[in-house]
Write a protein that binds this ligand. Structure first.
Ligand SMILES: Cc1cc2nc3c(=O)[nH]c(=O)nc-3n(C[C@H](O)[C@H](O)[C@H](O)COP(=O)(O)OP(=O)(O)OC[C@H]3O[C@@H](n4cnc5c(N)ncnc54)[C@H](O)[C@@H]3O)c2cc1C
Length: 375
């Protein structure tokens, strides 16, 4: 999808650039009651924090938690969607399908494509926790080989040892699906898949990655970020925001508030302009940094609306270019999913985590590209 197409499509869904700032919303009323001396209210419509995070989704929740571990650092998270703490259907992982294409989904679609696959729903969650509040929370550690390839391509600091050490610190409760949630039909499927494809049954995919760098083939129950006792998600918001939201005075979360523009002073991002649920325009300033964590679609869109992107494309859309940066809003790659369905002659068993509990992985490469099976 080109940058222009991305922006145009989003505009169709949300109105024009300037309308965007008025369409989203919900002011939580949290910020001023959570102020301390480091939060400087300039007027009722303007506040200042050390860090402003756009998006209380997967990345935004983690960053907000880590930054506010230091009580001397103030952080404001601005989230377009509502709180997830009272939304049972969001918290209960097995209800995830009910959130897709609902009022908690921005409902973006692909543009017209020359060879088919036009107007396919590209779900993006509009709720605290972002897409970790409506996804299936299947959780894999990255493979050593992939990280090595990244480093070779120039991604300094993304080496296996460093990244695995961060994976060790993840607060989400990532566990292989619990025995009580393993139904007989899926168990049978795992053993049949293992025999048919001649691959091992894997009990814990992530253990193979932690201790062996990855795996080539296998069939087994997946590892999920959830609480096996309750069936609730262990999403980014559950693990990183809920425990600290009403506890840390240096953390402010503005809900149902839509950021329409990043503000600049010369080349430096100094804050954001946002609109609350009630339609009030506010300015939130950042002493240190503005962190754009609005997701794969809305992060580039926000940058482009703020004048950061391909100058030619922005000009064609009537947006003044502030920083010519081709690549913003381009080259999005997603993994396609297709579904094969069978009709069953008996009822499907009730126990499940989220209806996609197991998987078969096969790698069809040369012997040289295969990771040896664990002994
Ligand atoms: C249906 C589905 C299933 C998936 N399943 C899995 C899975 O099983 N395992 C896995 O690892 N990954 C899965 N993914 C992918 C994973 O969920 C995403 O990669 C990840 O959540 C992206 O995190 P993020 O922080 O970039 O964005 P998000 O989590 O989407 O967060 C962005 C946040 O920013 C907010 N926002 C956006 N624009 C603005 C604005 N202008 N102002 C204010 N707020 C704004 C949004 O409301 C949202 O809360 C799935 C994704 C989908 C859609």
């Amino acid at each position: 999808m080109s940058a222009g197409a991305l922006l145009t499509r989003c505009r169709e869904r949300r109105g024009t650039a300037s309308q965007t700032e008025y369409t989203q919303v919900g002011f939580p009323g949290i910020p001023l009651s959570h102020t301390n001396e480091r939060i400087r209210p300039v007027s009722t419509n303007e506040t200042t924090y050390d860090y402003v995070i756009v998006g209380g989704g997967t990345a935004g929740s983690v960053i907000a938690n880590r930054l506010t571990e230091d009580p001397g650092t103030t952080v404001c998270v601005i989230e377009g969607g509502p709180d997830d703490r009272d939304l049972e259907h969001v918290l209960r992982l097995r209800d995830w399908l009910s959130v897709l294409d609902s009022e908690l989904d921005y409902g973006y679609t692909t543009t017209e494509q020359p060879h088919g696959n036009s107007h396919i729903l590209h779900s993006r969650a509009r709720v605290l926790g972002g897409c970790s509040s409506h996804n299936t929370l299947i959780s894999f550690r990255p493979f050593a080989q992939d990280l090595d390839d990244w480093v070779a391509a120039g991604a300094e600091g993304w080496d296996n040892a460093t990244v695995q050490s961060y994976a060790d610190r993840i607060k989400c409760n990532i566990v292989p699906i619990a025995e009580k949630d393993r139904n007989t039909m899926v168990k049978d499927w795992v053993s049949s898949a293992s025999q048919a494809a001649d691959v091992p049954v894997v009990e814990d995919f992530n253990a193979l990655t932690s201790h062996g760098g990855g795996f080539s083939d296998g069939a087994g129950f997946l590892s999920i970020a959830y609480d096996p006792y309750t069936g609730y998600r262990s999403s980014a918001s559950v693990a990183y925001l809920h425990p600290v939201m009403d506890v840390r005075e240096n953390l402010t979360v503005l809900l149902e508030t839509w950021v329409g523009r990043v503000l600049f002073d010369g080349d430096r991002a100094t804050g954001v302009s946002a609109t609350t649920k009630d339609g009030e325009r506010i300015t939130v300033n950042a002493r240190q940094e503005v962190i754009v964590a609005a997701g794969a679609v809305d992060s580039p869109r926000l940058l482009m609306l703020s004048g950061v992107g391909n100058a030619e494309e922005l000009g064609a859309l009537g947006i003044e270019s502030r920083h010519h940066l081709p690549g913003v809003g381009e080259n999005l790659q997603d993994h396609p999913e297709s579904i094969i369905m069978w009709e069953t002659t008996k009822r499907v068993p009730e126990n499940t985590v989220m209806h996609s509990d197991a998987a078969l992985f096969v790698r069809r490469g040369t012997a040289a590209t295969r990771i040896p099976a664990p002994t």
